[in-house]
Structures are given as structure tokens and as C-alpha cells.
Design a protein around this ligand. Sequence first.
Ligand code: HEM
Length: 478
Amino acid sequence: MPTFHKKSQQCLILFLIKNKIVLTKEPNLKIQIHPGPKGGLFGLKFLGEIKENPLKFYKALHQNFGETVSYRIGPVKIFQLINPDHLHEILVEKQKYFHKTKPVLRVLSKWNGNGLLLNSGDSWAKQRRLINPSFKKESVESYISIVVNQVKSLFLDEKKSLNMAAKLNELTFRVVAEALFGQKVNEVAPQFIQQVEALQELAMKEMMAPVPLPDWFPLPSKRKLRKTISFIHQTVDRFITECHLEGLKKKNFLTEMLMAKDDDEEDEFKRGMTDKQARDESVNLLLGGNETMGTALTWLCYLLAKHPEIQDKIYDEIINTLGDRDFQKEDLPHLKLLSMSFKEALRLYPPVYLLSREPLRPIEIGEETIQPGHQIHIPLFVLHRSEKWFEDPDEFKPERFSEENIKKIKPNTYIPFGLGPRACIGERFAHMEAVASMATLLKKFKLTGVEEPELAAKVSLYPKGGLNLTVLPRNNNE
Ligand code: HEM
């Protein structure tokens, strides 16, 4: 009898291993939740307030109810968390029990497919291993000349007021597109940019739709969405075909992805990625690296125009480091004030102003249970401006990020690129692009004439109606 028992136990263990079944204990979260406000019938009041001004809503919740608060909109219970230890628990320690929220998955997967941002589990881990090498230091630095040349060709002899937000969005699109597909993308850039802008507008409408409609629904907006997605997919497919025809010789993100091999994969045929997966990843990088970056640079320009004394110090730093020549990779560590200013701009205006997660199965959180379908919201805009963690939180003070002061920032209170394994893959690229582009721009021009913009929190955080700035050539101005 005992032998039989032992055998059946062994069989069970073998079955579990063979089928990759892991028996884990439920990961209860060590978080105490405070009940939040009541939102009337189905919480519709909240929906209206969030649509009107999400930042005001998240801030008021924090001020009135503290660091952990829950409220309900219809069947969805939302847990707003701001405490850095809780963020670590959700995004690092227990991240595998959460995924991106359903509205985000439902809408973005229409064009991002199964790219990194939305992918999960083993498939995500394999894709991240395949793409990671393209974001290593040497690889990222090899794209510096693209940034410098794009800035030089987009900003010629401006001596006028221009919509800086639109210009910088065009710049960041051109940069990431050329890094992905090579120079040939410049021929289709204007049309591409138009379609991507249309997509970003449609994305917000789709995410806020109270009743999601299927894509075939006969509405003009749905027709436009289908046409836009089809243009973007067909263009990227064409680039992939051309890349194969050229023998994957040119160095760019796309050829690197098509050649990448995963050493952890035993099956020879599964080591690389398919053309379909490379298309999804390309669209992911293109959109992920465009809007966030465009708005980040816009806010940096706004802050520098508002603080001419800091802009002038950055100008001196650039001239002392570069002299007459163009920016190159050796300059990256020397433009310290510029780099600190970029970090501080991301603190005050995090382009991704809200991180959200949903549990894969019921998880106890304090006295409550988060069910699949419930959401965790982490409003970075509120976290980064918390008086508890930052002195004068609304002030622009780049020196917070000096080598000495940065050590005083409590871990997990400043996370513009997210946290844990799902943090942004493009952080190093973003930093390189910010420093290289601003060094090239500010060396030639002075930014002035700033007006106070209204904040608009849609897919990312940007100034409503753009940002008008006067761009003066430096030598005319001194
Ligand atoms: C200032 C610029 C940027 C900011 C503020 C930013 C912010 C973020 C954040 C917060 C996340 C994590 C989202 C979450 O946890 O839900 C993320 C993920 C991601 N970002 Fe960025 N990003 C920036 C630039 C870029 C660039 C330049 C690229 C590519 C060229 C990029 C590609 C991605 C991708 C692919 C992911 C998904 C990573 C994964 O889940 O494995 N981002 N980004």
C-alpha cells in the first residue's frame, strides 16, 4: 500500500512537471485599503470626472483618502495606489500575477498585436530576450547621428513662433522610424505621421467608449480606424519584405529583430521571430517611442523657455563640451545639467501619467479581494508631485538629480519609465535622444516666449492645443 501511494505521488509530480503546472499559494498583498468615495448610480459621476480632468480626479482622491483607496465604476472596482512599497509589491515582487487592463489590451492590440507592451508570460519573456540586445549601450549610441541629422533638417533658420509640440512630435517620429527601418522611411514619413496621429486620436475614443463596438460596425470612425491600421501594417510589411530582399545587411532595429536568435529556446525553428511578430514589435516600438518621447521633449522645452537662467547654463555646458562640432557619443556623460533637466521634466510631466494593472485571478489585498476585471491604478503624476517625497514638488529643480542629491530620492517614488521586468525597454534610447536632440537644438537656438499651457491627459500627458514657443537663432540674439 505505501509503495502504491509513493508511486501515485511520483506520477502526479511527473504529470505536473510535464504539463508545466505550478501549484502556488495565493499571493496576498500586504496592503491596507481605505474605502473611497461613493460615485452615485453605477459610479457614473466618476466616469464623467475622469473624462473631464483625470489628473484632478486622481489628485483629489489622494488628498482626501490617502495613499491607498478604492472606489467603484459600474462592476469595476478600482484601487488607486501611491505608496512606493506597494508599487514595488505590484510591479516587481508579484508582477507575474498581474497583466495590463482589459480596455488597454482590447484597444491597443488592434494595431500593436502581440508586441512587447501587451504580450505576457513565456512569449513576452522570449520577445524581450530577443529585443533587449538592440537597446544595449553601443547599439543605442549608433543611432546618435540619426537624431542629430533629423534635428538639423527639421529646424533650419527659425526666428519665429512655432508650435513646438507638433515639430517635436514630427522629430521623434522621424527618429524612431529611421532607427527602425532605415533612411527609406523618410519618403513615406509625412503620410505615416498623419496616419499615426489619426490612430492616437482614435485610440482615446475607443478606450473611453462606454459600450465597445466591434470594428466592422458601420460607423465613419470605425471605417477610419480600419483604414489607418491597414495602412500602417501594410507599410511595415513592405519594409520587412524589402529588408529580406536586401539580405538583412543594413543595421537598424528591424534587421536586428529579424536576425535575433534566442539561445534559451531548444527548438531550432522557434529561436527567431516570425515576420508577423517582427511587424507587431515594429509597430510597438514605433508608437511607444514616438508619442511619449515627443511629449517629453515638449515639456522639457516648455520648462527651459520658462527658466531662461537654466537654459543659458545648459547652453554654456553645450558650447564648452562641443565647441564647433556636432554632438557625438563621448559627449553624453558630460552634458550633466541637460540630462538632469530631462529627468526633472519627466518627474513633473510624466508622459505615461498612469500605470494600470489587472489581476489574473482573485488576490486578497488587505481586507478586500481584487477580482479579475478589477483594476489597480498608479497615477505617476500624483506620485512624482507628492510633498512626502519631494521638497517643493511643483518646482522645476534639475539639481534634484545631481550625483549627490539623487541618492536622497527614495526608491520607487520616481518611476517615469515604470518599474520591474515590464519597465520601458527604450529608457536608454529616450535618454540618448533627449540629450542629443536638445544639445543640437539649444546650441543653435534660444527658446523664449512661452505661454502657460493647459494640461491634457489623454493617451499621454501633453499641453492642450500644442505649445507655441519663439525660436531665436543664438548668434542673432547674443
Ligand atoms: C520619455 C520617453 C518614454 C517614456 C516616459 C516611456 C515610458 C514607458 C513606461 C512607463 C512603460 C511601462 C508601462 C507599464 O508598465 O504599463 C513603457 C514600456 C515600454 N516602452 Fe517606453 N517610454 C518612453 C520611450 C520609449 C522608447 C523611445 C521606446 C522604443 C523605441 C519605448 C518602448 C517601450 C516598449 C516596447 C514598452 C513595453 C516593454 C515591455 O512590456 O516589455 N519607450 N514605456
